[in-house]
Design a protein around this ligand. Structure first.
Ligand code: NCD
Ligand code: ZN
Length: 346
């Protein structure tokens, strides 16, 4: 049996939601990860330090006693966000980063930013104090083809922000294209990107295998195979600019299997097994630790975790549970279309 020991990983992009879903999904992440950056797109969103602190308490109440886990909180940026509230919240450790959603880009993003120039004073302040900006990098113009929205965001918005504020620490989140990968690789040192397990595992064909597959629907959308390959190459390369952000995004099956289904893939349960398999398939297991446990900590100026986890490769493929239950409701757990032989031993 093959076995690897690696530094306990962190997940730099999770959706925990609230109430019953929160209680069910938090342990799926805290079982394996030491820290996560928690997205603020609740309904209504987390708009200020006070709400972030209250939300953090609700998350902490859902962490099992056995798990040692730190949620890193974010605030949802709007054109009305208070500079002083953010600055104080960052300086006293209550809020870790700010999330920029272009208005209407994804699930619960209606109060997002319409005009980037309106938020430049807040971004200038963030650059000064070292507070990271996390970006959902897609334009929302309905005239732009939905598969091109990441590329156009980079041309129309990200490039402007990076040139105006090279000192601002930016994460271009859940990148999906060769364009984004190249832009980040060549960009300034403060620009990095997170990549999800599902964008590494699937291409857009997975949306239409024998019929429409709502459980593979997420934003940004899965892209073509050449883009997927570029993402895999970037992830397995060990390049410190690329790290894991699972974007685990739970929705009840009834809200996904619908005539207007929600975007989001719930992948927390088996994400590390899937990633180990992907890296193994690329003969790059030696770089797995960089992608899931090290690169993100450099970008965010944090220490790597002290603890280790052990992963083992078994002869039999892992059997995936299909659902996570919340009373009588359920959430479908992400499973890729290839066999996975890796699991976590401790
Ligand atoms: C996320 C969600 O459901 O909150 N959905 C998704 O498809 N990724 C929002 C997001 O991160 O875009
Ligand atoms: Zn997300």
């Amino acid at each position: 049996m093959e076995k690897i020991e690696i530094i306990r990983p962190d997940d730099w992009h999770v959706h925990f939601r609230d109430n019953g879903i929160l209680k069910a999904v938090v342990p799926e992440t805290t079982r394996h990860f030491a820290r996560s950056i928690v997205m603020p797109n609740l309904l209504p969103p987390i708009l200020n330090a006070k709400q972030a602190i209250e939300y953090k308490k609700r998350i902490e109440n859902a962490i099992p006693q056995s798990d040692n886990f730190e949620p890193l909180m974010t605030v949802y940026l709007t054109e009305k966000t208070s500079k002083n509230d953010l600055k104080d919240a960052y300086n006293n450790g209550a809020v870790f980063a700010v999330k920029l959603y272009p208005a209407g880009a994804t699930t619960n993003s209606d109060s997002g930013v319409k005009n980037i120039t309106k938020i430049m004073p807040v971004l200038e302040m963030m650059a000064k104090i070292g507070m990271p900006l996390l970006i959902h990098g897609e334009v929302t113009d309905p005239n732009i083809d939905i598969f091109d929205r990441e590329k156009v965001f980079i041309e129309q918005n990200l490039d402007f922000i990076c040139k105006q504020l090279p000192e601002l620490k930016i994460t271009l989140e859940h990148i999906t294209t060769t364009d984004a990968t190249e832009y980040v690789k060549e960009g300034n040192k403060n620009l990095a990107a997170s990549i999800t397990p599902h964008h590494l595992a699937l291409n857009r064909n997975a949306l239409f295998v024998g019929g429409i597959r709502p459980h593979n629907y997420c934003l940004p959308l899965l892209k073509g195979e050449s883009h997927r390959k570029t993402l895999v190459d970037a992830a397995v390369s060990g390049n410190p600019k690329f790290f894991l952000g699972t974007d685990t995004a739970p929705h009840l099956t009834k809200n996904k299997e619908s005539s207007c289904g929600c975007a989001g893939i719930f992948n927390a349960t088996y994400c590390l097994s899937i990633l180990a398999q992907l890296f193994d398939n690329e003969n790059s297991l030696s770089n797995l630790e960089k992608f899931i446990s090290i690169n993100g900590t450099y970008h965010y100026n944090l220490k790597v975790n002290n603890e280790k986890i052990t992963m083992v490769k078994k002869a039999e493929a892992l059997l995936f549970r299909k659902y996570l239950y919340i009373g009588k409701q359920r959430i479908e757990i992400f499973k890729p279309d290839f066999p996975v032989f890796w699991s976590i031993a401790n």
